[in-house]
Design a binder for this molecule. Structure first.
Ligand SMILES: *Cc1c(COP(=O)(O)O)cnc(C)c1O
Ligand SMILES: [Zn+2]
Length: 434
């Protein structure tokens, strides 16, 4: 324990107020999510304590080891919750050698309770919703958030309502409904669903829409991905990181996490580039980046990467700020490339990523080819979800499987017809792990 006197945390930890990301206007910690002066989005602000690595390392094996950097009660881990986070950071040497890279890591978010990083954001939103007196946990979702809200609410003994686009993958529909939530499939895109949720949030006083009216708290949960990456790298920041972008909150908060680790003295202030990854069928932030614009023009999504299919991303402009400030960029890849990338990751590292993870790896691959990413720098990519929720994305490329008779002859004939392809050549340079 430090001998310097520190303020005792409140029920919102070391969070002190909400502050407008546009005009800086502040308001007390509470239910607000839009600025009273300019309607800009509010963000949680803190009086951060000084922390030691030892204190964090002796904390729970979940994202709650970082509770003191979140707007949650100090005893948050004691309340019934799903204990998300502390997922694996996997050193991907075989994939690195195919790509001609030296040091590549995958933050594998499949390890979360409902198999995506959304359990982290819901963890914080749920804790805040309880402190703020909400009775129902709700969300508009592209799928993974619905799974996370429904499961976390069940565990906390709360009612939940999730709104999804009607064309969602059945794995994600069933993976929500099983938890006993009220599930509403809406005709239209995610952006239509989101608009309906905003209207409902105005009308239902005791409903916490995790990513709408408690969004300032929700978004903070993504910081824990950044905290964990640094700790798992031995309390160092990566030099390059590639993050999938839908609303953009995850990317923005990973950067915020790195800056808070520096501010609290937990890591050295070393430079890093943040890269954003989108699918070409829904790439409004990549388009704005390329056009050199600060505003993001909404698009109508058309991609198999449904977890990234947000045509009007709330954090789009802040993503542009982060990538420009850190010397990164936002790029996009087509559906064929993302499917290839899912299969490459699976075949080299034994990780079955969902479409969002495929987008992220495919963008890394493209940026290596274009010479926009340094193959020798310490690089982390995020696999934000689980391929078992989006198997249809790769089903066609795998093709039909024809059964054989249970005889040695039939097996030999099958083996002959399916000879292994030749060894892969490195795609980039002649590198490989040092
Ligand atoms: C929601 C989601 C994202 C995007 O997160 P944002 O914070 O909205 O940018 C990425 N990957 C998966 C698997 C998701 O479910
Ligand atoms: Zn404002």
């Amino acid at each position: 324990m430090s001998t310097v006197t520190q303020k005792a945390p409140s029920r919102f930890g070391y969070a002190t107020h909400l502050s407008c990301r546009e005009c800086g206007h502040t308001c007390p910690i509470g239910s607000g999510h839009a600025c009273a002066e300019c309607f800009g989005p509010l963000e949680v602000a803190y009086d951060l304590p000084q922390l030691t690595r030892d204190a964090i390392e002796s904390g729970p094996l979940s994202m709650w080891r970082y509770a003191s950097l979140l707007p949650v009660p100090p005893d948050v881990a004691a309340a019934p919750n799903l204990d998300p986070g502390w997922t694996r950071l996997v050193r991907a040497d075989q994939l690195a050698s195919v790509l001609g890279m030296r040091e590549l890591w995958i933050k594998d978010e499949r390890g979360n309770p409902t198999h995506s990083f959304k359990d982290r954001v819901v963890g914080v939103a749920l804790a805040a919703a309880i402190e703020l007196g909400y009775k129902v946990l709700a969300c508009p979702s592209t799928g993974n958030l619905a799974n996370a809200v429904a499961a976390a609410a069940a565990r906390a003994g709360m009612r939940s309502v999730v709104l999804i686009p009607a064309d969602l993958e059945s794995q994600k529909v069933i993976g929500s409904a099983v938890f006993g939530c009220a599930l509403v499939a809406v005709r239209g895109s995610y952006d239509d669903v989101n608009r309906l949720a905003s209207e409902l949030a105005d009308e239902r006083d005791d409903w916490a829409f995790v990513n709408v009216n408690v969004r300032p708290y929700y978004a903070e949960g993504s910081k824990t991905i950044g905290f964990e990456i640094a700790e798992q790298l031995g309390w160092r920041l990566p030099e390059q990181i590639v993050v999938p972008v839908a609303s953009g909150a995850q990317l923005v908060k990973i950067d915020k996490a790195f800056r808070e680790l520096v501010a609290t003295g937990l890591v050295d202030d070393t430079p890093y580039n943040v890269f954003g990854a989108q699918a070409s069928g829904c790439s409004p932030v990549a388009a704005a980046f390329r056009a050199g614009q600060d505003v993001v023009q909404p698009v109508r999504p058309a991609t198999i990467a449904k977890s990234l299919a947000i045509g009007n991303p709330a954090d789009g402009p802040y993503v542009l700020d982060v990538v420009r400030r850190t010397g990164g960029l936002v790029a996009d890849v087509g559906d064929d490339e993302l499917v290839d990338a899912i299969r490459l990751l699976a075949a080299t590292e034994g990780i079955f990523a969902e479409t969002a993870g495929g987008v992220t790896l495919a963008v890394l691959r493209q940026l290596l080819k274009e010479g926009q990413i340094d193959p020798d720098a310490r690089t982390v990519i995020i696999n934000s979800g689980d391929g078992l929720k989006t198997p249809d994305a790769v089903a066609d490329s795998i093709g039909a499987i024809t059964p054989i008779q249970a005889t040695l002859e039939a097996f030999a004939a099958h083996e002959h017809a399916h000879r292994e392809p030749a060894q892969r050549e490195p795609e980039h340079g002649n590198g490989g792990p040092a």
